[in-house]
Write a protein that binds this ligand. Structure first.
Ligand SMILES: [Cu+2]
Length: 143
Protein backbone atom coordinates (compact mmCIF):
# COMPACT_ATOMS: atom_id res chain seq x y z
CA UNK A 1 0.00 0.00 0.00
CA UNK A 2 2.81 2.36 0.82
CA UNK A 3 4.28 1.63 -2.53
CA UNK A 4 1.04 2.78 -4.22
CA UNK A 5 0.65 6.01 -2.38
CA UNK A 6 4.22 7.15 -2.24
CA UNK A 7 5.61 7.23 -5.73
CA UNK A 8 8.94 8.67 -6.51
CA UNK A 9 9.02 11.25 -9.36
CA UNK A 10 11.14 8.75 -11.29
CA UNK A 11 8.30 6.21 -11.28
CA UNK A 12 5.87 8.83 -12.55
CA UNK A 13 8.17 9.63 -15.44
CA UNK A 14 8.36 5.92 -16.24
CA UNK A 15 4.59 5.62 -16.12
CA UNK A 16 4.00 8.51 -18.49
CA UNK A 17 6.65 7.21 -20.89
CA UNK A 18 4.92 3.84 -20.79
CA UNK A 19 1.57 5.42 -21.63
CA UNK A 20 3.21 7.34 -24.47
CA UNK A 21 4.65 4.12 -25.92
CA UNK A 22 1.32 2.35 -25.59
CA UNK A 23 -0.39 5.18 -27.45
CA UNK A 24 2.25 5.04 -30.16
CA UNK A 25 1.75 1.29 -30.53
CA UNK A 26 -2.03 1.77 -30.74
CA UNK A 27 -1.50 4.46 -33.36
CA UNK A 28 0.81 2.23 -35.41
CA UNK A 29 -1.67 -0.64 -35.13
CA UNK A 30 -4.34 1.63 -36.57
CA UNK A 31 -2.07 2.75 -39.39
CA UNK A 32 -1.25 -0.85 -40.30
CA UNK A 33 -4.90 -1.91 -40.06
CA UNK A 34 -5.94 1.06 -42.18
CA UNK A 35 -3.38 0.25 -44.87
CA UNK A 36 -4.39 -3.42 -44.82
CA UNK A 37 -8.06 -2.53 -45.32
CA UNK A 38 -7.13 -0.20 -48.18
CA UNK A 39 -5.15 -2.95 -49.93
CA UNK A 40 -8.00 -5.41 -49.36
CA UNK A 41 -10.55 -3.04 -50.86
CA UNK A 42 -8.29 -2.40 -53.85
CA UNK A 43 -7.94 -6.15 -54.40
CA UNK A 44 -11.67 -6.78 -54.18
CA UNK A 45 -12.37 -3.89 -56.53
CA UNK A 46 -9.93 -5.35 -59.04
CA UNK A 47 -11.59 -8.74 -58.81
CA UNK A 48 -15.19 -7.60 -59.11
CA UNK A 49 -15.14 -4.36 -61.05
CA UNK A 50 -12.50 -5.11 -63.67
CA UNK A 51 -14.06 -5.23 -67.11
CA UNK A 52 -13.24 -8.30 -69.18
CA UNK A 53 -10.23 -7.84 -71.42
CA UNK A 54 -12.30 -8.54 -74.50
CA UNK A 55 -15.33 -6.89 -76.07
CA UNK A 56 -17.32 -9.91 -77.24
CA UNK A 57 -17.54 -13.65 -76.61
CA UNK A 58 -18.16 -15.80 -79.68
CA UNK A 59 -18.84 -19.44 -78.97
CA UNK A 60 -18.00 -22.15 -81.45
CA UNK A 61 -20.40 -25.08 -81.70
CA UNK A 62 -22.85 -23.64 -79.19
CA UNK A 63 -25.83 -25.88 -78.53
CA UNK A 64 -24.32 -28.67 -80.61
CA UNK A 65 -24.65 -26.68 -83.85
CA UNK A 66 -21.94 -25.95 -86.38
CA UNK A 67 -22.16 -22.20 -85.91
CA UNK A 68 -20.41 -19.21 -84.46
CA UNK A 69 -22.72 -17.66 -81.88
CA UNK A 70 -23.22 -14.76 -82.44
CA UNK A 71 -22.20 -14.89 -86.10
CA UNK A 72 -22.53 -11.18 -86.79
CA UNK A 73 -21.04 -8.66 -84.39
CA UNK A 74 -20.07 -5.03 -84.34
CA UNK A 75 -17.09 -3.84 -82.33
CA UNK A 76 -14.81 -0.83 -82.15
CA UNK A 77 -11.32 -0.67 -83.60
CA UNK A 78 -8.87 -2.08 -81.09
CA UNK A 79 -11.42 -4.42 -79.50
CA UNK A 80 -10.69 -8.08 -78.86
CA UNK A 81 -13.02 -10.90 -79.84
CA UNK A 82 -12.84 -13.93 -77.55
CA UNK A 83 -13.60 -17.17 -79.42
CA UNK A 84 -14.50 -20.06 -77.11
CA UNK A 85 -14.63 -23.69 -78.14
CA UNK A 86 -17.80 -25.46 -77.06
CA UNK A 87 -19.19 -28.48 -78.94
CA UNK A 88 -18.60 -30.45 -82.16
CA UNK A 89 -14.85 -29.80 -82.43
CA UNK A 90 -12.47 -29.26 -84.01
CA UNK A 91 -12.92 -25.58 -84.80
CA UNK A 92 -10.64 -22.77 -85.84
CA UNK A 93 -10.98 -19.17 -86.98
CA UNK A 94 -10.00 -18.13 -90.48
CA UNK A 95 -10.43 -14.45 -91.29
CA UNK A 96 -10.65 -14.14 -95.08
CA UNK A 97 -7.60 -12.48 -96.58
CA UNK A 98 -6.05 -11.89 -93.16
CA UNK A 99 -3.66 -14.63 -92.13
CA UNK A 100 -2.44 -12.36 -89.32
CA UNK A 101 -5.92 -12.31 -87.75
CA UNK A 102 -6.63 -16.00 -88.38
CA UNK A 103 -6.10 -18.71 -85.78
CA UNK A 104 -5.52 -21.85 -87.81
CA UNK A 105 -4.67 -24.11 -84.89
CA UNK A 106 -7.58 -26.49 -84.35
CA UNK A 107 -9.32 -26.30 -80.99
CA UNK A 108 -10.49 -29.65 -79.67
CA UNK A 109 -11.21 -29.32 -75.96
CA UNK A 110 -14.28 -27.47 -74.74
CA UNK A 111 -13.27 -24.20 -73.10
CA UNK A 112 -10.20 -23.68 -75.25
CA UNK A 113 -10.15 -20.15 -76.59
CA UNK A 114 -8.49 -17.73 -78.98
CA UNK A 115 -8.37 -13.95 -78.76
CA UNK A 116 -8.22 -11.84 -81.90
CA UNK A 117 -7.63 -8.09 -81.80
CA UNK A 118 -9.21 -6.12 -84.64
CA UNK A 119 -7.13 -2.96 -84.80
CA UNK A 120 -8.52 -1.48 -88.01
CA UNK A 121 -12.03 -0.50 -89.08
CA UNK A 122 -13.65 -2.63 -91.76
CA UNK A 123 -15.83 -5.68 -92.36
CA UNK A 124 -14.16 -9.01 -91.73
CA UNK A 125 -15.65 -12.27 -92.98
CA UNK A 126 -14.51 -15.32 -91.10
CA UNK A 127 -15.20 -19.05 -91.04
CA UNK A 128 -14.22 -22.29 -89.40
CA UNK A 129 -11.86 -24.28 -91.64
CA UNK A 130 -13.34 -27.75 -91.01
CA UNK A 131 -16.96 -26.53 -91.11
CA UNK A 132 -17.06 -23.73 -93.67
CA UNK A 133 -19.08 -26.00 -95.98
CA UNK A 134 -21.62 -26.58 -93.21
CA UNK A 135 -22.15 -22.84 -92.93
CA UNK A 136 -19.97 -22.11 -89.90
CA UNK A 137 -19.23 -18.55 -90.97
CA UNK A 138 -19.61 -15.05 -89.62
CA UNK A 139 -18.84 -11.39 -90.09
CA UNK A 140 -17.32 -8.82 -87.78
CA UNK A 141 -17.96 -5.13 -88.37
CA UNK A 142 -15.24 -2.98 -86.88
CA UNK A 143 -16.16 0.72 -86.51
CU1 LIG B 1 -15.91 -25.66 -86.74
Amino acid sequence: MIRDTVQSPKNKVCESKQKEYLNQIKYLDNVVAHKFVKVLIALLATLFLAAPAWAVDVSMGAGGNLVFEPNEITISAGDTVHFINEALPPHNIIVEGRADLSREALLFAPGESQDVVFADAGDYTFFCGPHQGAGMTGVIHVD
